[in-house]
Design a protein around this ligand. Structure first.
Ligand SMILES: Cc1cc2nc3c(=O)[nH]c(=O)nc-3n(C[C@H](O)[C@H](O)[C@H](O)COP(=O)(O)O)c2cc1C
Length: 154
């Protein structure tokens, strides 16, 4: 049988851009089960970000924990993870894989930095969603400096 090459990414918690549902658990639960029945390659779920949690503008707080029991397809989770939190989520069986967004934008060699427990470049949100390469291709890799730059953080 041909491998299923369809995948899905859902943000069940977000109310970004006016997205909301009167019963998010029922709606997204239906979708997750339907995708599971199709045998998709993986399901990628985003957790609510810190800003949403602070404001209380969330539909579902623990996304991976909520939907994991509804599907047996490989699950990727993301949103606000660092190395320690990701390892804890994997150890708890909440997901099969953790994805990183902003940490990868600011650290082209994020995997190597995590491997070495090296300092991370600090992301600059002012350059997010820009139209040029600034903030996307100019963060230094570990190999580009010997001493940690002033902006580096853990
Ligand atoms: C500059 C920027 C661009 C993004 N573009 C997309 C996008 O095109 N599609 C998408 O699904 N998510 C997009 N995201 C969301 C990220 O994939 C991710 O879900 C979010 O940053 C939370 O994960 P993190 O805490 O690891 O960054 C974007 C995020 C940032 C900061």
């Amino acid at each position: 049988m041909a491998k299923n090459r369809a995948f899905a990414r859902l943000s069940p918690s977000s109310q970004l851009y006016g997205m909301h549902d009167s019963d998010a658990l029922a709606t997204f639960g239906y979708v997750v089960r339907a995708l599971d029945a199709q045998g998709i390659g993986y399901l990628h779920l985003t957790e609510p970000n810190a800003k949403a949690l602070e404001s209380g503008q969330i539909q579902i707080e623990h996304v991976a924990q909520t939907f994991r029991p509804m599907t047996s397809v490989p699950m990727i989770v993301n949103g606000g993870f660092d190395k320690a939190k990701a390892n804890a989520a994997l150890a708890a069986g909440e997901a099969d894989l953790v994805a990183f967004g902003v940490p990868f934008i600011a650290n082209p060699d994020l995997v190597e930095r995590y491997r070495q427990d090296a300092a991370l470049n600090k992301p600059d949100p002012a350059t997010f969603y820009g139209e040029g390469p600034g903030g996307y291709t100019d963060y230094p890799a570990l190999s580009e400096y010997s001493a940690a730059p002033a902006s580096a953080t853990n």
